[in-house]
Write a protein that binds this ligand. Structure first.
Ligand code: AHR
Length: 667
């Protein structure tokens, strides 16, 4: 699938021989060299080290079933249908009943539990859990099986967990809990999987007559990111860490808003012991009739503490987005009365204390009790997600006044609505400009052609006033939010071309993030997405590699670039941006060739000369339909090479490619 994409350079031998040579290229160039002129002597504004970040939302099973690696579905029996995910098992003549009860519940936020009532234990009476699209286990890996158990009078003395593979016939792991008393208590045991299975099942068996109560049934991997209990899925965090993202936006997205206010994201309810985090339905559960997911809930096992910790782990600045008193305007559009806005503002003020407050403050103490006495260094907060209209501006005004008065050090992200142009967009920009907003969050879900046509979008943006946060974007290869959108090279290449425009204008575009981030191959609602996974494996899409290339090759100052003497991007399908990396003494040039022919380019550094050497990183495919997959995760992936010590004059850009050159320079 992948053509030879290695850097095309004049070979050192050719330079020595004084000839102009081209490497063997996928296609012969049709034109003479284009000139990319980088004005090294005219460095522009600083590029924020946070510029390219990530957007996380619990959509597509991104949290439960994804980053949050709990294997048991509906562990607390709190789904609308309390036995969803669970089926009765009666082995060898066993007889009994599964009863959902609420009397004497574990706690107020976990009101339902399961009573196993056994009339005849036979070869085992119990209940089987299907997992979140199955249970993934790796051979030899250890898991913690745990449950809160309460014994009733004459209760069975043991609860045996067995893990069976897809066939249902092979037991591939076992653990037993015992020693139960009369009150709720958590019991746990280790379980080692003897085989790998992507869709195993977990069953709980009771082998004596009687009744026993269970809640918070969990099978959790021990090998989490940084080995933390209740930790995150390691391979997925690693993919994020590899991007070196500048910021982490969480928890969304529309999930912040909720379809109704009652179902909005409330960060305070996501802290503390996981058994006290009240589950609610996930808003993506039945948003799309063509991808229903009635079993999609939020356990909040991945809550605000874990988000902050994740941001810290991967070196990203935390960017929480909070509800501003408005439910999703695509759904109910329910809006809290203006007099109730204080409650929402208080949530924002308390969040700042939770993240940054001293340990002897109320919220700082709660953070410390969760294991993080040091502050999380929160510097920005989003007010609302994708809101629009005067109702939003009214509420933003109140937030802004209150937060600026108490926390002038915190920058605010405000919304430009769901569309990147139009009446609503213009209204929001002009209102927010008057309100002296810090960052305005623009969203673009549009065709690859839109991305190409908009690479110069910010070249003439007003430099005074608010900065742009390109907070959600992704090329939609088939149509906006259509299920047949693909994460193919066509979309990724168009995004790369567009991103040169973001980088060239880093003085006005302060941050940018692709969206959505994650999707389970069997559990998605929305496509395209940056990273796909199943229960065991994961891969970065071509779009992921574009994001990674930009995030890991951002200089410290922008440099003006022209293509064939024109500052206008693009010139016949070529797009470029450049920056100075003052930390490494390199000029970083990005060149995107969106044409199907190889393009020779002359890279000229004005006011400096290349000293030779350096590196090139090339990402591309001659096939615009090329994709990565679980089986072929690197069909489209960057290839890095050292540049020859003798300074090359001509760089050949492969057809349909993104080239990053890191060139040491001398003034
Ligand atoms: O990224 C998917 C959704 O698109 C986000 O939740 C929302 O903000 C946007 O409409």
């Amino acid at each position: 699938m992948r053509p030879n994409l290695r850097t095309t350079l004049l070979s050192v031998a050719a330079i020595l021989a004084g000839c102009v040579l081209f490497r063997v290229s996928a296609q012969k160039p049709a034109t003479g060299p284009d000139t990319i002129l980088v004005k090294v002597n005219r460095p522009g504004g600083k590029i924020s080290p946070n510029m390219f970040g990530i957007f996380f939302e619990d959509i597509n099973f991104a949290a439960d079933g994804g980053l949050y690696p709990e294997r048991v579905k509906n562990r607390s029996f709190e789904f609308t249908e309390p036995l969803a995910g669970w089926t009765k098992v009666e082995a060898g003549g066993a007889e009994g009943e599964l009863v959902i009860r609420t009397d004497g519940a574990l706690n107020k936020d976990n009101p339902h539990y399961l009573r196993l009532r056994v009339y005849n234990p036979g070869a085992g009476f119990g209940v089987m859990n299907s997992g979140l699209r199955g249970i993934g286990v790796q051979q030899g890996a250890e898991y913690t099986f745990s449950a809160y158990v309460r014994a009733t009078r004459n209760a069975p003395r043991t609860l045996r967990a067995t893990l069976t593979d897809e066939s249902g016939g092979n037991t591939i792991g076992e653990a037993t809990l015992t020693g139960f008393g009369g009150g709720w208590k958590k019991y746990e045991a280790g379980l080692r999987a003897s085989a790998t299975a992507a869709r195993a099942r977990l069953s709980l068996f009771v082998e004596e007559k009687g009744e026993i109560d269970v809640d918070m049934v969990s099978l959790f991997p021990r090998d989490t990111w940084k080995g933390r209990p209740n930790g995150l899925r390691k391979d997925l965090v690693q993919l994020l860490a590899n991007m070196k993202p500048g910021f982490l936006r969480f928890p969304g997205g529309c999930i912040v808003e909720g379809r109704r206010l009652e179902l909005r994201y409330q960060w305070k309810k996501t802290l503390g012991d996981v058994s006290e985090r009240r589950s609610i339905v996930n808003r993506w559960n039945d948003e799309f009739a063509h991808r229903p997911a009635p079993d999609y809930f939020q356990s909040f096992g991945l809550g605000f503490f874990e988000y902050f910790q994740l941001a810290e782990d991967i070196g990203a600045s935390p960017l929480p987005i909070l509800n501003c008193g408005m439910a999703c305007q695509f759904n109910s559009s329910e809006t809290a009365a203006i007099e109730q806005t204080d409650e929402y503002i208080q949530d924002a003020l308390d969040l700042i204390s939770f993240a940054n407050g001293p340990v002897d403050s109320h919220w700082g103490a709660i953070r410390a009790a969760q294991g993080h006495p040091e502050p999380f260094h929160l510097k920005m907060i989003g007010v609302g997600n994708e809101q629009w209209g005067p109702r939003y501006i009214e509420r933003y005004r109140l937030f802004s006044a209150a937060l600026r008065a108490k926390h002038p050090e915190i920058a605010l992200v405000s919304s430009a609505g769901p569309s990147p142009e139009g009446k609503e967009f213009d209204y929001l920009w002009s209102s927010l400009r008057q309100l002296k907003a810090d960052f305005i969050d623009e969203h673009y879900y549009a065709s690859p052609d839109w991305f190409l046509a908009n690479s110069s979008r910010y070249d003439h943006y007003d430099r005074s006033g608010p900065k742009v946060f390109a907070g959600e974007y992704a090329a939609q290869t088939a149509g906006v939010a259509r299920p047949d959108n693909r994460n193919n090279w066509q979309g990724a290449l168009a995004e790369a071309a567009f991103m040169t425009g973001l980088e060239r204008n880093a003085d006005v575009v302060a941050m940018a993030s692709y969206a959505p981030l994650f999707a389970h191959v069997d559990g998605w609602q929305w496509t395209p997405n940056l990273i796909w996974f199943d229960n065991l494996r994961s891969y970065g899409t071509p779009n992921y590699y574009v994001q990674k290339l930009f995030a890991t090759n951002t200089g410290t100052r922008t440099l003006p670039v022209t293509i064939n003497g024109s500052a206008e991007n693009a010139r016949q399908g070529l797009y470029s941006s450049a920056s100075l990396d003052e930390r490494t003494g390199e000029v970083v040039v990005k060149a995107v060739n969106t044409t199907k022919i190889a393009r020779p380019v002359r890279i000229a550094l004005e006011g400096a000369s290349g000293v030779g050497g350096g590196r090139s990183i090339i990402l591309g495919s001659a096939d615009l339909k090329a994709e990565n997959s679980l089986d072929h995760p690197s069909s489209v992936a960057p290839i890095e090479s050292k540049l020859p010590a003798a300074k090359p004059e001509i760089q050949m850009l492969d057809p349909y490619s993104v080239t990053v050159l890191r060139l040491p320079y001398a003034r």
